[in-house]
Design a protein around this ligand. Structure first.
Ligand code: ADP
Ligand code: MG
Length: 682
C-alpha cells in the first residue's frame, strides 16, 4: 500500500542520513586525532600562557608545525573570541588564505564563511558569525582605512612574516603602533625561519616562542654542470625519480603558471607514452590563479600504487604544507618584482633564489621522513652566486599604493614611519611624485579629494585614477568593465594548439578598429553580457568563462564602491575616445613611441620595449605610433602587456604637468638622413 511504501522510503532516507552522520563523525575524529600529532600541539598550554602574559609574541616554527591552522583555534578554544572580538590571521598569498581557512573550517566542523572565513581582494567569504578570519595582508591594510584601531579584533596574527612582503612590512609598522594604545590587543608575529631576532628587536624585545620542528635528514644532490634549460631538466628529473625511487611524492618548484602548465603538459605526454610500464603519476599544479575547486587536489593523497607530483610556485616554500613529500626538485628560480625608482618601471623577473629559500625548499622533503632534494644548479653556484637572504620587497617595489594608503591613514611624515627596513628614500620620493602627478596629493604632499576617492578603490593607484577620471569623460561604466577585466587575470583568451589560427582570428575580431587591448577587453565583456553570460558563447569565441565570471564578480564590487565615492554610473555610448582618455588619465606615465625598427621607446624614460605577442596590437599593420600600456613584463625582452593606441596630443591635454611638447616630438628620420648627406657632401 501507499502508506507502507512511504514508510520504507522514509526508513531508507533515515538510513542514508545516519550513514552520512556516521561518516562525518568519523572524519571529525580523524581530524581531531591528526591535529594532536602536529608539533605545536605539545606546546599548546605553554603558548597560551605566554600569550596571556605578553601582549606581543614572535612565534617561530618549521613549516608544517601547525602555526597557521592551529594557533587561531587554540585561541578561539581558550575564549579569546568570547568577547565578540575576532582573531585575524594574515597571509601574503590569496591561495594560502583560502586554503587554510577551508582546512580550519573543516577541523572545526563548521561551514566555511560562518565561524571561520577568509577575506581576500574582491572576495569576502565571512559573515556576522565569523570569529576566525584569514585574510591577505593587503586586506588587513585596507581594513585599517576603515578601522584604524582594529577595534573588531582581539588578536592579530601577522603570519609568514619572514616573507617580508611589502604589505606585511607596512602592517608590522601599523600594528606595532596600534598595540601601543590598545593594551588589550594581542599580537602574534609568526615566522618559519629561525632568524626571529630581527622581529623581536623590532617589537621592543618581544619574547620569541620557538616550536621545535621535526626535521628529518635531507640528502642534497647538485647538478655537476649548470643546466641550460631548467624546465627540461625538471621534467627529466621527475621522470627519473618516478621510475627509480621508492614511494614518496615529489614537489617541484617552478616560477609561475605558464611554466607549470608547460611542465604539466610535457609530463602528461611523456608518461602517456610509457603506458602501463610505469606506475601512475598524479600531476597536481598549484599557483595563485588556480581555480578554487582544483586547489584542494594537492592535499589529497595519491591512490595506492600511484605517485603524486606537485608542481608549485613559491607558495609551497612555506605558505602551504603538503604532506607526504619525500623528493624536492628545485631549479633554483622564482619570480621577483624589481623596481627602478629612476625610470619608474617595475618588472617581474625570473631570478635565482637565495640560499635561505633553497634551504626552505629542501626542507619540504624531510617532514615525515628522510628526504631528498635535487637541486638543478651546482654546489659552486649555491656557495658563491646565491645571496644569503631574499631582499625584503620594500627595498625593491613601487611604493605608490602603500604611500597612498599611509597618507589616507594620516601618516604624513613617511620618513619617520617605523619601518623594519626603511625603503630607499629615492623610492619614497618617486612615490610622492607619482601620486602628485596623478592628482592624489597636493604640492604639500597632502591627500586631495581625488586621492581620497582613489583610496576607496582596491586597485593600483593608476587604475583607481582612471576610474575617478571616468566621471569627467562620462564613461564610468566602460572603465569599470576594463578595470574588472584587467583585475580578473591575464587568462582571458585561450589558444588550443590545434586551433591556434581560428583562435587568433576570433580574438582579433574583438580588436575592431585596432584601437587596442583595453577596448578589446571591453568588447569581450559587452558581448558576453549580451549573450546572457553564456558559456557556449565563451567556447565559440575562445574566451575563458572562468575569467569572465570572475570579472563580473569584481565589477559588481567595484560598482558598489563607485557609489561610495559618489561617481555616477554613465556610459559614453560608443564614444571610445572618451574611454581611452579616461584610461590615459590614469596610465599617462606608461606610454611609448614607435621606432623605425618596429620596437618602441618609452616616452619619458627612454627604454626599449616591445608589444607583448599576446596583445592584439602585436599583429596590427601599420603598427600604432603612440601607445599606452598597462604594465611591463620582462622575459627575454621587455614587453608591454595590454596595449592601446594613443593620440600624443591627449597627453598634453590630460597630463600637462607631466608632458611638454618636447617629450612628444617625433625625431624625423628623413631629416636625420638628409643632415647626414649634407655632412658627407660638405
Ligand atoms: P604551519 O603554518 O606551521 O606551516 P600549517 O598549520 O599550515 O603549518 O599546517 C599544519 C598541517 O595542516 C599540515 O600537515 C598541512 O598539511 C595541513 N593542512 C593545511 N592546510 C590544509 C588543507 N587545505 N588541506 C589539507 N591539509 C591541510
Ligand atoms: Mg603557515
Amino acid at each position: 500500500s501507499a502508506a507502507a511504501m512511504a514508510g520504507t522510503e522514509q526508513d531508507h532516507e533515515t538510513d542514508e542520513l545516519t550513514d552520512e552522520i556516521d561518516a562525518k563523525v568519523t572524519l571529525q575524529r580523524e581530524l581531531q586525532d591528526e591535529r594532536k600529532t602536529l608539533p605545536v600541539y605539545k606546546f599548546k598550554d605553554e603558548l597560551l600562557k605566554a600569550i596571556a602574559e605578553h601582549q606581543i609574541i614572535v612565534v617561530v616554527g618549521e613549516t608544517g608545525s601547525g602555526k597557521t591552522t592551529q594557533i587561531p583555534q587554540y585561541l578561539h578554544e581558550a575564549g579569546y573570541t568570547a568577547n565578540g572580538l575576532k582573531i585575524g590571521c594574515t597571509q601574503p598569498r590569496r591561495v594560502a588564505a583560502m586554503s587554510v581557512a577551508a582546512r580550519v573550517a573543516q577541523e572545526m566542523g563548521v561551514k566555511l564563511g560562518h565561524e571561520v572565513g577568509y577575506s581576500i581582494r574582491f572576495e569576502d567569504c565571512t559573515s556576522e558569525k565569523t570569529v576566525v578570519k584569514y585574510m591577505t595582508d593587503g586586506t588587513l591594510l585596507r581594513e585599517f582605512l576603515g578601522e584604524p584601531d582594529l577595534a573588531s579584533y582581539g588578536v592579530v596574527i601577522v603570519d609568514e612574516a619572514h616573507e617580508r612582503t611589502l604589505t606585511t612590512d607596512i602592517l608590522l609598522g601599523l600594528v606595532k603602533d596600534v598595540a601601543r594604545f590598545r593594551p588589550d590587543l594581542k599580537l602574534l608575529i609568526s615566522s618559519a625561519t629561525l632568524n626571529a631576532e630581527k622581529f623581536s628587536d623590532y617589537f621592543d624585545m618581544a619574547p620569541v616562542f620557538k616550536i621545535p620542528g621535526r626535521r628529518y635528514k635531507v640528502d642534497i644532490h647538485y647538478t655537476v654542470a649548470p643546466e641550460a634549460d631548467y624546465v627540461d631538466a625538471a621534467v627529466a628529473t621527475v621522470l627519473q625519480l618516478h621510475v627509480t625511487q621508492p614511494p614518496g611524492d615529489i614537489l617541484v618548484f617552478l616560477t609561475g603558471q605558464e611554466e607549470i602548465e608547460t611542465v604539466e603538459e610535457i609530463l602528461r605526454r611523456r608518461t602517456r607514452g610509457l603506458g602501463s610500464k610505469i606506475a601512475e603519476l598524479v600531476i597536481c599544479p598549484i599557483y595563485a590563479n588556480l581555480p578554487t575547486e582544483l586547489q584542494a587536489k594537492i592535499f589529497e593523497p595519491a591512490p595506492p600504487g600511484a605517485r603524486k607530483v606537485v608542481l608549485a610556485t613559491n607558495i609551497a616554500e612555506t605558505s602551504l604544507t603538503i604532506d607526504g613529500i619525500s623528493y624536492v626538485v628545485d631549479p633554483g628560480f622564482c619570480k621577483v618584482k624589481l623596481y627602478s625608482p629612476r625610470t619608474g618601471t617595475e618588472s617581474l623577473l625570473v631570478h635565482p633564489i637565495s640560499k635561505a629559500s633553497a634551504d626552505q625548499r629542501a626542507g619540504r622533503s624531510g617532514r615525515t621522513g628522510p628526504g631528498k632534494c635535487f637541486r638543478l644548479f651546482t654546489e659552486y653556484s649555491y656557495n658563491n652566486d646565491m645571496e644569503d637572504e631574499t631582499v625584503p620587497e620594500i627595498r625593491r617595489s613601487n611604493l605608490d599604493s602603500v604611500v597612498l594608503s599611509l597618507k589616507a591613514l594620516g601618516i604624513n611624515d613617511l620618513v619617520s614611519f617605523d619601518f623594519m627596513d626603511p625603503p630607499a628614500s629615492e623610492a619614497l620620493l618617486k612615490a610622492l611624485e607619482d601620486l602628485f602627478a596623478l592628482g592624489a596629493l597636493n604640492s604639500r604632499g597632502e591627500l586631495t579629494k581625488t586621492g581620497r576617492r582613489m583610496v576607496e578603490l582596491p586597485l593600483d593607484p593608476m587604475m583607481a585614477k582612471a576610474i575617478v577620471a571616468s566621471e569627467r569623460y562620462g564613461c564610468s561604466e566602460e572603465v569599470l568593465t576594463i578595470a574588472a577585466m584587467l583585475s580578473a587575470g591575464n587568462a582571458v583568451f585561450y589558444r588550443p594548439r590545434d586551433k591556434a589560427l581560428i583562435a587568433d582570428a576570433a580574438r582579433q575580431r574583438f580588436n575592431a578598429g585596432n584601437v587596442g587591448d583595453h577596448i578589446a577587453l571591453l568588447n569581450v565583456y559587452t558581448e558576453w553580457e549580451e549573450s546572457g553570460h553564456s558559456a557556449q558563447w565563451c567556447l565559440d569565441h575562445f574566451v575563458q568563462s572562468r575569467t569572465m565570471r570572475r570579472a563580473r564578480d569584481v565589477r559588481e564590487q567595484l560598482e558598489a564602491l563607485l557609489e561610495r565615492v559618489e561617481i555616477e554610473r554613465r556610459s559614453s555610448a560608443g564614444d571610445l575616445d572618451a574611454v581611452r582618455k579616461a584610461i590615459t588619465a590614469g596610465f599617462f606615465r606608461n606610454t611609448a613611441q614607435l621606432r623605425q625598427d618596429g620596437s618602441y621607446r618609452t616616452v619619458k624614460s627612454w627604454r626599449t620595449v616591445f608589444v607583448h605577442p599576446s596583445s592584439g596590437m602585436a599583429r596590427v599593420e601599420p603598427p600604432a605610433r603612440w601607445v599606452l600600456y598597462h604594465e611591463l613584463v620582462e622575459t627575454t625582452k621587455e614587453y608591454m602587456r595590454q596595449v592601446t593606441e594613443l593620440k600624443p596630443e591627449w597627453l598634453l591635454e590630460i597630463a600637462p604637468h607631466y608632458y611638454q611638447d618636447k617629450n612628444l616630438e617625433t625625431p624625423e628620420p628623413k631629416k636625420a638622413a638628409e643632415a647626414h648627406l649634407h655632412c658627407a657632401t660638405a
